[in-house]
Design a binder for this molecule. Structure first.
Ligand SMILES: Nc1ncnc2c1ncn2[C@@H]1O[C@H](COP(=O)(O)OP(=O)(O)OP(=O)(O)O)[C@@H](O)[C@H]1O
Ligand SMILES: [Mg+2]
Length: 201
């Protein structure tokens, strides 16, 4: 017992392992990182669709959506980005305990923050680098933000006025710049089997 604030952790009888047995898959976090427009959200949702069709329990935590609610008090300064990622990692951890395959789609530009998420989640943290050049992301400019960043209308924009630190040793690198979506989805699914998240029947 923590005598300072009288908190006692209550242990569940429905354990993570029992949930996994029931669900027929393990829970984990697929942490997609990459530049804006690299394809994190597109890939995460396409993958979720495939996992859903296999009757798996999944949930996408998407950058923009989370900033509408859980992190609506946060901006894009370095400190705010750190706190944003910390909250996401904590929420992802709860989902993992609940037996869910979590797919997070955040730029998560700083190696240190990703390292903290890995530290918190341990083996449950699967870092997937969506590798797409700045040139291609800027050509895509899905949200029109690169144009606005170049015009100086958006400050601290990753790739333009704020750094993106490329993962040195991601668990998986997906070439979202030149491979089509379907083969990226297949690559991740194959990796999940390799990691023992689920077994082919
Ligand atoms: N292999 C691929 N994987 C994912 N997206 C792809 C791929 N090839 C092309 N695209 C296209 O790239 C764009 C990626 O946009 P998306 O919104 O998914 O990026 P994002 O990384 O989530 O950006 P942000 O950080 O701004 O949310 C989409 O228009 C998508 O159709
Ligand atoms: Mg996105």
């Amino acid at each position: 017992m923590n005598t300072l604030n009288n908190l006692v952790w209550h242990h569940a009888t429905v354990t993570r392992q029992r949930r996994a047995d029931l669900n027929q898959h393990q829970s984990t976090v697929l942490w997609f990182t990459g530049l804006s427009g690299a394809g994190k959200s597109t890939l995460a949702h396409a993958l979720e669709e495939r996992l859903y069709q296999m009757r798996f329990h999944t949930f996408v935590l998407d950058g923009d959506n989370v900033r509408h609610n859980l992190c609506k008090d946060l901006g894009f300064s370095a400190d705010a980005r750190v706190e944003n990622i910390r909250r996401v990692a904590e929420v992802a951890k709860l989902f993992v305990e609940a037996g869910v395959i979590v797919l997070t789609a955040f730029i998560s530009p700083f190696a240190e923050d990703r390292a903290k998420a890995r530290q918190l989640l341990g083996d449950d943290f699967i870092e997937i680098y969506c590798d797409c050049s700045l040139e291609i992301c800027e050509q895509r400019d899905v949200k029109g933000l690169y144009r606005r960043a170049r015009a100086g209308e958006v400050k601290d924009f990753t790739g333009i006025s704020s750094p993106y630190e490329i993962p040195e040793q991601p668990d998986l690198r997906v070439d979202t710049g030149s491979q089509d979506l379907e083969s990226c989805v297949t690559q991740v699914l194959d990796y999940l089997v390799q990691r023992g998240v689920y077994q082919l029947k």
